[in-house]
Design a protein around this ligand. Structure first.
Ligand code: ADP
Length: 494
Protein backbone atom coordinates (compact mmCIF):
# COMPACT_ATOMS: atom_id res chain seq x y z
CA UNK A 1 0.00 0.00 0.00
CA UNK A 2 2.78 2.37 0.99
CA UNK A 3 4.75 1.39 -2.06
CA UNK A 4 1.71 1.96 -4.21
CA UNK A 5 1.13 5.44 -2.89
CA UNK A 6 4.82 6.32 -3.26
CA UNK A 7 4.57 5.13 -6.84
CA UNK A 8 1.46 7.26 -7.36
CA UNK A 9 3.12 10.28 -5.88
CA UNK A 10 6.45 9.91 -7.58
CA UNK A 11 5.63 8.71 -11.06
CA UNK A 12 1.99 8.44 -11.94
CA UNK A 13 0.80 11.84 -10.80
CA UNK A 14 3.64 13.85 -12.33
CA UNK A 15 3.24 11.86 -15.56
CA UNK A 16 -0.50 12.56 -15.69
CA UNK A 17 0.18 16.19 -14.89
CA UNK A 18 2.74 16.51 -17.69
CA UNK A 19 0.43 14.72 -20.15
CA UNK A 20 -2.43 17.04 -19.27
CA UNK A 21 -0.15 20.00 -19.67
CA UNK A 22 1.04 18.77 -23.06
CA UNK A 23 -2.54 18.01 -24.14
CA UNK A 24 -3.41 21.70 -23.69
CA UNK A 25 -1.13 22.12 -26.68
CA UNK A 26 -3.94 20.60 -28.77
CA UNK A 27 -6.14 23.50 -27.87
CA UNK A 28 -3.51 26.16 -28.40
CA UNK A 29 0.19 26.52 -27.94
CA UNK A 30 -0.43 29.76 -26.11
CA UNK A 31 -2.44 27.91 -23.47
CA UNK A 32 0.29 25.31 -23.05
CA UNK A 33 3.00 27.94 -22.85
CA UNK A 34 1.11 30.11 -20.40
CA UNK A 35 0.37 27.17 -18.12
CA UNK A 36 3.90 25.75 -18.29
CA UNK A 37 5.42 29.12 -17.53
CA UNK A 38 2.87 29.82 -14.83
CA UNK A 39 3.87 26.65 -13.04
CA UNK A 40 7.56 27.48 -13.20
CA UNK A 41 6.86 31.03 -12.02
CA UNK A 42 4.84 29.59 -9.19
CA UNK A 43 7.68 27.29 -8.21
CA UNK A 44 10.23 30.12 -8.49
CA UNK A 45 8.21 32.31 -6.15
CA UNK A 46 7.70 29.40 -3.76
CA UNK A 47 11.45 28.81 -3.70
CA UNK A 48 11.99 32.46 -2.82
CA UNK A 49 9.29 32.64 -0.15
CA UNK A 50 10.33 29.50 1.65
CA UNK A 51 14.05 30.11 1.61
CA UNK A 52 13.43 33.71 2.70
CA UNK A 53 11.21 32.69 5.60
CA UNK A 54 13.62 29.99 6.66
CA UNK A 55 16.64 32.29 6.43
CA UNK A 56 17.13 32.40 10.18
CA UNK A 57 17.33 28.62 10.44
CA UNK A 58 19.53 27.97 7.47
CA UNK A 59 23.15 28.82 7.98
CA UNK A 60 23.97 27.74 4.46
CA UNK A 61 23.54 30.97 2.49
CA UNK A 62 23.67 29.10 -0.81
CA UNK A 63 19.96 28.43 -0.44
CA UNK A 64 19.00 31.99 0.45
CA UNK A 65 21.02 33.32 -2.45
CA UNK A 66 19.26 30.96 -4.88
CA UNK A 67 15.94 31.91 -3.30
CA UNK A 68 16.51 35.59 -4.00
CA UNK A 69 17.73 34.78 -7.53
CA UNK A 70 14.56 32.80 -8.21
CA UNK A 71 12.40 35.77 -7.24
CA UNK A 72 13.95 37.83 -10.02
CA UNK A 73 14.00 34.91 -12.43
CA UNK A 74 10.27 34.50 -11.66
CA UNK A 75 9.65 38.18 -12.44
CA UNK A 76 11.45 37.93 -15.79
CA UNK A 77 9.62 34.67 -16.56
CA UNK A 78 6.33 36.45 -15.86
CA UNK A 79 7.16 39.25 -18.27
CA UNK A 80 8.25 36.65 -20.81
CA UNK A 81 4.90 34.87 -20.48
CA UNK A 82 2.93 38.10 -20.79
CA UNK A 83 4.93 39.14 -23.84
CA UNK A 84 4.37 35.84 -25.63
CA UNK A 85 3.08 35.94 -29.13
CA UNK A 86 -0.69 36.11 -29.09
CA UNK A 87 -1.03 37.68 -25.66
CA UNK A 88 -1.22 41.14 -27.16
CA UNK A 89 -0.25 42.87 -23.96
CA UNK A 90 2.84 44.84 -24.95
CA UNK A 91 1.80 46.93 -27.91
CA UNK A 92 4.49 47.72 -30.43
CA UNK A 93 6.59 44.61 -29.72
CA UNK A 94 6.76 41.38 -31.66
CA UNK A 95 8.12 37.89 -30.94
CA UNK A 96 11.55 39.43 -30.39
CA UNK A 97 10.39 40.68 -26.97
CA UNK A 98 9.54 37.34 -25.31
CA UNK A 99 12.69 35.84 -26.80
CA UNK A 100 14.84 38.63 -25.39
CA UNK A 101 13.16 38.29 -21.99
CA UNK A 102 13.68 34.56 -22.15
CA UNK A 103 17.41 34.97 -22.76
CA UNK A 104 17.66 37.50 -19.92
CA UNK A 105 15.94 35.05 -17.59
CA UNK A 106 18.33 32.28 -18.61
CA UNK A 107 21.41 34.45 -18.13
CA UNK A 108 20.30 35.52 -14.66
CA UNK A 109 19.57 31.88 -13.87
CA UNK A 110 22.94 30.53 -14.92
CA UNK A 111 24.96 33.36 -13.35
CA UNK A 112 23.07 32.92 -10.11
CA UNK A 113 23.97 29.23 -10.12
CA UNK A 114 27.58 30.12 -10.80
CA UNK A 115 27.69 32.57 -7.89
CA UNK A 116 25.59 30.62 -5.36
CA UNK A 117 28.30 28.09 -4.31
CA UNK A 118 30.39 31.02 -3.03
CA UNK A 119 27.91 31.35 -0.19
CA UNK A 120 27.85 27.72 0.90
CA UNK A 121 29.97 28.44 3.95
CA UNK A 122 30.26 32.19 3.77
CA UNK A 123 28.40 35.18 5.17
CA UNK A 124 26.11 37.00 2.78
CA UNK A 125 24.77 40.54 2.90
CA UNK A 126 21.13 39.90 2.03
CA UNK A 127 20.24 43.51 1.28
CA UNK A 128 23.25 43.95 -0.92
CA UNK A 129 22.32 40.85 -2.90
CA UNK A 130 18.74 42.05 -3.34
CA UNK A 131 19.90 45.50 -4.44
CA UNK A 132 22.33 43.97 -6.90
CA UNK A 133 19.52 41.88 -8.39
CA UNK A 134 17.19 44.89 -8.60
CA UNK A 135 19.93 46.87 -10.29
CA UNK A 136 20.90 44.21 -12.85
CA UNK A 137 17.25 43.33 -13.63
CA UNK A 138 16.32 47.01 -14.03
CA UNK A 139 19.24 47.71 -16.38
CA UNK A 140 18.37 44.69 -18.52
CA UNK A 141 14.66 45.53 -18.66
CA UNK A 142 15.39 49.16 -19.51
CA UNK A 143 17.69 48.01 -22.32
CA UNK A 144 14.80 45.97 -23.69
CA UNK A 145 11.75 48.16 -23.12
CA UNK A 146 13.07 51.72 -23.06
CA UNK A 147 16.43 52.00 -24.77
CA UNK A 148 15.82 49.04 -27.01
CA UNK A 149 19.53 48.27 -27.14
CA UNK A 150 19.34 44.66 -26.05
CA UNK A 151 20.54 42.45 -28.93
CA UNK A 152 17.77 41.34 -31.28
CA UNK A 153 16.96 37.70 -30.58
CA UNK A 154 14.19 36.89 -33.06
CA UNK A 155 13.35 38.31 -36.42
CA UNK A 156 9.84 37.77 -37.68
CA UNK A 157 9.92 35.59 -40.79
CA UNK A 158 13.60 34.70 -40.28
CA UNK A 159 13.57 33.08 -36.85
CA UNK A 160 16.22 33.08 -34.16
CA UNK A 161 19.19 35.37 -34.48
CA UNK A 162 22.81 34.38 -34.06
CA UNK A 163 22.86 36.17 -30.71
CA UNK A 164 20.00 34.07 -29.38
CA UNK A 165 21.47 30.77 -30.63
CA UNK A 166 24.92 31.63 -29.37
CA UNK A 167 23.48 32.66 -26.02
CA UNK A 168 21.77 29.29 -25.58
CA UNK A 169 25.09 27.56 -26.29
CA UNK A 170 26.95 29.87 -23.92
CA UNK A 171 24.34 29.21 -21.24
CA UNK A 172 24.62 25.45 -21.82
CA UNK A 173 28.39 25.60 -21.46
CA UNK A 174 28.10 27.74 -18.34
CA UNK A 175 25.63 25.22 -16.92
CA UNK A 176 28.22 22.50 -17.46
CA UNK A 177 30.66 24.69 -15.51
CA UNK A 178 27.96 25.00 -12.82
CA UNK A 179 27.69 21.22 -12.71
CA UNK A 180 31.45 20.93 -12.34
CA UNK A 181 31.53 23.50 -9.50
CA UNK A 182 28.76 21.65 -7.70
CA UNK A 183 30.62 18.38 -7.98
CA UNK A 184 33.66 20.02 -6.45
CA UNK A 185 31.50 21.11 -3.53
CA UNK A 186 29.76 17.74 -3.25
CA UNK A 187 30.94 17.12 0.30
CA UNK A 188 29.32 20.31 1.55
CA UNK A 189 25.81 19.20 0.62
CA UNK A 190 23.61 16.55 2.02
CA UNK A 191 23.61 13.58 -0.37
CA UNK A 192 19.93 13.84 -1.30
CA UNK A 193 20.10 17.59 -1.81
CA UNK A 194 23.15 17.16 -3.96
CA UNK A 195 21.42 14.57 -6.16
CA UNK A 196 18.43 16.88 -6.67
CA UNK A 197 20.69 19.80 -7.51
CA UNK A 198 22.52 17.71 -10.07
CA UNK A 199 19.20 16.54 -11.50
CA UNK A 200 18.08 20.16 -11.87
CA UNK A 201 21.28 21.35 -13.44
CA UNK A 202 21.28 18.47 -15.93
CA UNK A 203 17.62 19.04 -16.91
CA UNK A 204 18.43 22.74 -17.27
CA UNK A 205 21.21 21.85 -19.69
CA UNK A 206 18.85 19.58 -21.65
CA UNK A 207 16.20 22.29 -21.66
CA UNK A 208 18.72 24.80 -22.96
CA UNK A 209 19.90 22.42 -25.67
CA UNK A 210 16.36 21.79 -26.89
CA UNK A 211 15.87 25.55 -27.16
CA UNK A 212 18.90 25.77 -29.41
CA UNK A 213 17.20 23.28 -31.70
CA UNK A 214 13.86 24.96 -32.14
CA UNK A 215 13.04 27.10 -35.13
CA UNK A 216 9.44 27.93 -34.52
CA UNK A 217 8.23 29.30 -31.19
CA UNK A 218 5.37 26.82 -31.43
CA UNK A 219 7.58 23.84 -32.27
CA UNK A 220 8.12 20.55 -30.45
CA UNK A 221 11.56 21.53 -29.15
CA UNK A 222 10.14 24.65 -27.58
CA UNK A 223 7.57 22.44 -25.88
CA UNK A 224 10.21 20.00 -24.68
CA UNK A 225 12.36 22.89 -23.48
CA UNK A 226 9.54 24.27 -21.36
CA UNK A 227 8.70 20.91 -19.84
CA UNK A 228 12.36 20.30 -19.00
CA UNK A 229 12.59 23.76 -17.46
CA UNK A 230 9.62 22.88 -15.28
CA UNK A 231 11.45 19.73 -14.15
CA UNK A 232 14.58 21.72 -13.42
CA UNK A 233 12.72 24.26 -11.28
CA UNK A 234 10.86 21.50 -9.53
CA UNK A 235 14.18 19.82 -8.73
CA UNK A 236 15.42 23.02 -7.07
CA UNK A 237 12.14 23.29 -5.24
CA UNK A 238 12.51 19.73 -3.98
CA UNK A 239 16.13 20.30 -3.01
CA UNK A 240 15.47 23.50 -1.16
CA UNK A 241 12.04 22.98 0.27
CA UNK A 242 11.29 19.32 0.72
CA UNK A 243 14.63 18.29 2.11
CA UNK A 244 15.67 21.63 3.47
CA UNK A 245 12.53 22.19 5.48
CA UNK A 246 10.38 19.13 5.81
CA UNK A 247 13.38 16.94 6.48
CA UNK A 248 15.46 19.29 8.57
CA UNK A 249 17.95 16.72 9.78
CA UNK A 250 19.33 16.48 6.31
CA UNK A 251 20.02 20.11 5.71
CA UNK A 252 19.16 22.46 8.52
CA UNK A 253 21.11 20.39 10.94
CA UNK A 254 23.57 19.16 8.40
CA UNK A 255 26.11 21.54 9.90
CA UNK A 256 25.35 20.24 13.35
CA UNK A 257 25.89 16.69 12.18
CA UNK A 258 29.16 17.79 10.62
CA UNK A 259 30.22 19.42 13.88
CA UNK A 260 29.36 16.26 15.81
CA UNK A 261 31.44 14.24 13.42
CA UNK A 262 34.33 16.62 13.91
CA UNK A 263 33.93 16.37 17.66
CA UNK A 264 34.17 12.59 17.54
CA UNK A 265 37.27 12.85 15.38
CA UNK A 266 38.78 15.39 17.77
CA UNK A 267 38.03 13.14 20.74
CA UNK A 268 39.77 10.26 19.02
CA UNK A 269 42.74 12.44 18.15
CA UNK A 270 42.94 13.65 21.75
CA UNK A 271 42.99 10.08 23.04
CA UNK A 272 45.61 9.12 20.49
CA UNK A 273 47.65 12.14 21.42
CA UNK A 274 47.52 11.41 25.14
CA UNK A 275 48.44 7.81 24.47
CA UNK A 276 51.39 8.66 22.24
CA UNK A 277 52.54 11.60 24.35
CA UNK A 278 52.50 9.66 27.60
CA UNK A 279 54.27 6.68 26.06
CA UNK A 280 56.83 8.89 24.43
CA UNK A 281 57.39 10.89 27.60
CA UNK A 282 57.81 7.92 29.86
CA UNK A 283 61.20 6.77 28.61
CA UNK A 284 63.06 10.11 28.62
CA UNK A 285 61.51 11.10 31.93
CA UNK A 286 62.57 7.91 33.69
CA UNK A 287 66.05 8.15 32.18
CA UNK A 288 66.46 11.76 33.34
CA UNK A 289 65.21 10.73 36.76
CA UNK A 290 67.87 8.02 37.04
CA UNK A 291 70.62 10.39 35.96
CA UNK A 292 69.47 13.14 38.31
CA UNK A 293 69.60 10.69 41.21
CA UNK A 294 73.10 9.58 40.33
CA UNK A 295 74.20 13.21 40.06
CA UNK A 296 72.60 14.06 43.38
CA UNK A 297 74.49 11.26 45.12
CA UNK A 298 77.68 12.35 43.45
CA UNK A 299 77.33 15.97 44.57
CA UNK A 300 76.42 14.76 48.05
CA UNK A 301 79.69 12.88 48.25
CA UNK A 302 81.61 15.88 46.99
CA UNK A 303 79.79 18.18 49.41
CA UNK A 304 78.73 20.68 46.78
CA UNK A 305 75.78 22.06 48.70
CA UNK A 306 74.51 24.40 46.01
CA UNK A 307 74.54 21.76 43.27
CA UNK A 308 72.97 19.28 45.66
CA UNK A 309 70.07 21.58 46.48
CA UNK A 310 69.53 22.35 42.81
CA UNK A 311 69.48 18.67 42.01
CA UNK A 312 67.10 18.09 44.90
CA UNK A 313 64.63 20.57 43.39
CA UNK A 314 65.15 19.07 39.99
CA UNK A 315 64.46 15.62 41.35
CA UNK A 316 61.20 16.61 42.96
CA UNK A 317 60.03 18.17 39.70
CA UNK A 318 61.02 15.03 37.84
CA UNK A 319 59.13 12.91 40.35
CA UNK A 320 56.11 15.04 39.74
CA UNK A 321 56.47 14.57 36.01
CA UNK A 322 56.87 10.81 36.43
CA UNK A 323 53.64 10.67 38.39
CA UNK A 324 51.77 12.83 35.85
CA UNK A 325 52.93 10.76 32.92
CA UNK A 326 52.12 7.58 34.82
CA UNK A 327 48.61 8.83 35.59
CA UNK A 328 47.94 9.84 32.00
CA UNK A 329 49.17 6.50 30.80
CA UNK A 330 46.95 4.69 33.31
CA UNK A 331 43.87 6.66 32.30
CA UNK A 332 44.63 5.86 28.71
CA UNK A 333 44.90 2.13 29.45
CA UNK A 334 41.69 2.23 31.48
CA UNK A 335 39.74 4.10 28.78
CA UNK A 336 40.92 1.86 25.99
CA UNK A 337 39.93 -1.16 28.09
CA UNK A 338 43.49 -2.40 28.11
CA UNK A 339 44.23 -2.38 31.82
CA UNK A 340 45.38 -5.90 32.65
CA UNK A 341 45.99 -7.34 36.10
CA UNK A 342 48.43 -10.00 37.16
CA UNK A 343 46.55 -11.65 39.99
CA UNK A 344 48.43 -13.44 42.77
CA UNK A 345 47.58 -14.08 46.44
CA UNK A 346 49.39 -11.71 48.82
CA UNK A 347 49.17 -10.35 52.35
CA UNK A 348 47.51 -6.95 52.02
CA UNK A 349 48.49 -5.92 55.54
CA UNK A 350 52.14 -6.58 54.83
CA UNK A 351 51.97 -4.82 51.52
CA UNK A 352 50.41 -1.68 53.04
CA UNK A 353 53.10 -1.67 55.74
CA UNK A 354 55.72 -1.81 53.01
CA UNK A 355 54.19 1.18 51.26
CA UNK A 356 54.09 3.15 54.50
CA UNK A 357 57.74 2.28 55.24
CA UNK A 358 58.62 3.29 51.77
CA UNK A 359 57.01 6.68 52.31
CA UNK A 360 58.92 7.14 55.55
CA UNK A 361 62.25 6.05 54.12
CA UNK A 362 62.43 7.09 50.54
CA UNK A 363 59.89 9.84 50.02
CA UNK A 364 61.31 12.08 52.69
CA UNK A 365 58.06 13.47 53.97
CA UNK A 366 57.65 15.52 57.12
CA UNK A 367 54.36 13.88 57.99
CA UNK A 368 54.13 11.35 60.75
CA UNK A 369 52.65 8.28 59.16
CA UNK A 370 51.44 5.57 61.52
CA UNK A 371 50.61 2.04 60.47
CA UNK A 372 48.18 -0.22 62.29
CA UNK A 373 47.40 -3.65 60.92
CA UNK A 374 47.00 -7.31 61.68
CA UNK A 375 48.97 -9.90 59.84
CA UNK A 376 48.01 -12.42 57.22
CA UNK A 377 45.14 -10.75 55.52
CA UNK A 378 45.49 -12.53 52.20
CA UNK A 379 43.72 -11.30 49.12
CA UNK A 380 43.89 -12.21 45.46
CA UNK A 381 44.94 -9.32 43.29
CA UNK A 382 47.51 -7.35 41.39
CA UNK A 383 50.08 -6.42 44.04
CA UNK A 384 51.54 -3.53 42.07
CA UNK A 385 48.15 -1.98 41.22
CA UNK A 386 46.76 -2.30 44.75
CA UNK A 387 49.93 -0.74 46.17
CA UNK A 388 49.38 2.09 43.68
CA UNK A 389 45.98 2.74 45.29
CA UNK A 390 47.50 2.84 48.79
CA UNK A 391 50.32 5.16 47.64
CA UNK A 392 47.82 7.45 46.01
CA UNK A 393 45.68 7.72 49.13
CA UNK A 394 48.73 8.42 51.31
CA UNK A 395 50.01 10.92 48.76
CA UNK A 396 46.69 12.75 48.87
CA UNK A 397 46.67 12.73 52.68
CA UNK A 398 50.12 14.37 52.57
CA UNK A 399 49.06 16.81 49.89
CA UNK A 400 45.92 17.96 51.62
CA UNK A 401 47.10 18.24 55.22
CA UNK A 402 49.62 20.56 56.84
CA UNK A 403 53.28 19.66 57.18
CA UNK A 404 54.29 17.39 60.09
CA UNK A 405 50.67 16.35 60.53
CA UNK A 406 49.61 12.90 61.57
CA UNK A 407 48.41 10.34 59.03
CA UNK A 408 46.91 7.06 60.19
CA UNK A 409 46.97 4.03 57.92
CA UNK A 410 44.92 1.08 59.12
CA UNK A 411 44.37 -2.40 57.71
CA UNK A 412 41.70 -4.54 59.30
CA UNK A 413 39.45 -7.47 58.68
CA UNK A 414 35.77 -6.74 58.26
CA UNK A 415 32.96 -9.12 57.17
CA UNK A 416 34.98 -11.30 54.84
CA UNK A 417 36.77 -8.30 53.50
CA UNK A 418 39.98 -6.44 54.17
CA UNK A 419 39.48 -2.77 54.78
CA UNK A 420 42.27 -0.24 54.34
CA UNK A 421 41.85 3.27 55.75
CA UNK A 422 43.99 6.33 55.28
CA UNK A 423 43.06 9.09 57.70
CA UNK A 424 44.35 12.62 57.69
CA UNK A 425 43.53 15.74 59.69
CA UNK A 426 43.83 18.20 56.86
CA UNK A 427 41.52 20.47 54.93
CA UNK A 428 38.83 17.89 54.23
CA UNK A 429 36.34 17.85 51.35
CA UNK A 430 33.05 19.70 50.96
CA UNK A 431 30.02 17.35 51.17
CA UNK A 432 28.85 18.00 47.61
CA UNK A 433 32.27 17.04 46.24
CA UNK A 434 32.74 13.80 48.15
CA UNK A 435 31.25 11.59 45.44
CA UNK A 436 32.54 13.53 42.51
CA UNK A 437 36.26 13.40 43.36
CA UNK A 438 36.41 9.85 42.06
CA UNK A 439 35.64 11.14 38.57
CA UNK A 440 38.27 11.99 36.02
CA UNK A 441 39.88 15.44 36.26
CA UNK A 442 37.73 16.45 39.23
CA UNK A 443 39.44 18.47 41.93
CA UNK A 444 37.69 19.63 45.07
CA UNK A 445 40.13 22.39 45.90
CA UNK A 446 42.16 24.98 44.16
CA UNK A 447 45.44 23.24 43.57
CA UNK A 448 47.46 23.13 46.76
CA UNK A 449 50.47 23.05 44.47
CA UNK A 450 53.31 22.22 46.74
CA UNK A 451 55.42 21.62 43.69
CA UNK A 452 56.14 18.10 44.78
CA UNK A 453 53.42 15.83 43.63
CA UNK A 454 51.18 15.30 40.66
CA UNK A 455 47.93 17.18 40.47
CA UNK A 456 45.61 16.46 37.61
CA UNK A 457 42.62 15.05 39.41
CA UNK A 458 43.31 11.58 38.04
CA UNK A 459 44.63 9.68 41.07
CA UNK A 460 41.28 8.84 42.65
CA UNK A 461 39.76 7.97 39.28
CA UNK A 462 42.53 5.45 38.64
CA UNK A 463 42.33 4.13 42.22
CA UNK A 464 38.60 3.61 42.07
CA UNK A 465 38.94 1.83 38.73
CA UNK A 466 41.58 -0.50 40.18
CA UNK A 467 39.51 -1.22 43.29
CA UNK A 468 36.34 -1.88 41.30
CA UNK A 469 38.17 -4.22 38.96
CA UNK A 470 39.23 -6.15 42.08
CA UNK A 471 35.55 -6.41 43.03
CA UNK A 472 36.08 -4.02 45.91
CA UNK A 473 34.65 -0.70 47.02
CA UNK A 474 36.28 2.65 47.59
CA UNK A 475 34.90 5.70 49.42
CA UNK A 476 35.61 8.61 51.67
CA UNK A 477 34.27 10.18 54.83
CA UNK A 478 35.24 13.76 55.38
CA UNK A 479 34.64 16.70 57.64
CA UNK A 480 35.60 19.90 55.88
CA UNK A 481 38.33 21.57 57.92
CA UNK A 482 38.86 18.57 60.13
CA UNK A 483 40.18 15.90 57.84
CA UNK A 484 39.29 12.95 55.66
CA UNK A 485 39.32 9.20 55.80
CA UNK A 486 39.67 7.39 52.52
CA UNK A 487 38.94 3.70 52.64
CA UNK A 488 38.71 0.74 50.34
CA UNK A 489 37.77 -2.90 50.90
CA UNK A 490 38.78 -5.97 48.94
CA UNK A 491 37.46 -9.52 49.33
CA UNK A 492 39.58 -11.82 51.49
CA UNK A 493 40.95 -14.87 49.72
CA UNK A 494 38.90 -17.93 50.75
P1 ADP B 1 44.67 15.27 42.51
O1 ADP B 1 45.11 15.06 43.92
O2 ADP B 1 45.72 15.05 41.50
O3 ADP B 1 43.97 16.59 42.32
P2 ADP B 1 42.88 13.00 42.95
O4 ADP B 1 42.01 12.27 41.98
O5 ADP B 1 43.86 12.20 43.73
O6 ADP B 1 43.58 14.16 42.14
O7 ADP B 1 41.93 13.74 43.97
C1 ADP B 1 40.84 14.49 43.49
C2 ADP B 1 40.52 15.62 44.43
O8 ADP B 1 40.01 15.12 45.64
C3 ADP B 1 41.71 16.45 44.81
O9 ADP B 1 41.95 17.45 43.85
C4 ADP B 1 41.28 17.02 46.13
O10 ADP B 1 40.53 18.18 45.95
C5 ADP B 1 40.40 15.96 46.72
N1 ADP B 1 41.12 15.12 47.70
C6 ADP B 1 41.68 13.92 47.49
N2 ADP B 1 42.21 13.43 48.61
C7 ADP B 1 41.99 14.35 49.56
C8 ADP B 1 42.30 14.45 50.97
N3 ADP B 1 42.97 13.48 51.61
N4 ADP B 1 41.90 15.56 51.64
C9 ADP B 1 41.24 16.52 51.00
N5 ADP B 1 40.91 16.49 49.69
C10 ADP B 1 41.29 15.42 48.98
Amino acid sequence: MGQMSAYLRRILMPAVFILLLISTRIHSYLLFHSLAELFSIFIAIAIFLLSWNARRFISNNYILFLGIAFLFIGIIDTLHTLAYKGMNIFAGFDTNLPTQLWIIGRYIFVFSLLIAPIFIKRKMKKLFVIHAYVFVTAILLLSVFVFRIFPVSYIEGMGLTLFKKLSEYIISVLLIVVLFIHFRNKGKFDQKVFKLLVFSIVTSILSELSFTLYVDVYGIFNLAGHILKLFAYFGFYKAIIEIGLSNPYNLLFFELKEKQKQMVILEKRKDEFISIASHELKTPVTTIKAFAEILQNYTKKNKDIYAESLLGKMNSQINRLVLLVGDLLDVQTIESGKMRFTVTPFDLSEMVKEVVDNFKLIKNTNHQIYFRGGSKLIINGDRFRVSQVVSNLINNAIKYSPNKDKILVTVKREKGQVRVEVQDFGIGIAKNMQDRIFDKFVQAHNRPDQGRLSSLGLGLFISSEIVQRHRGRIGCISDPGKGSTFHFSLPLKI
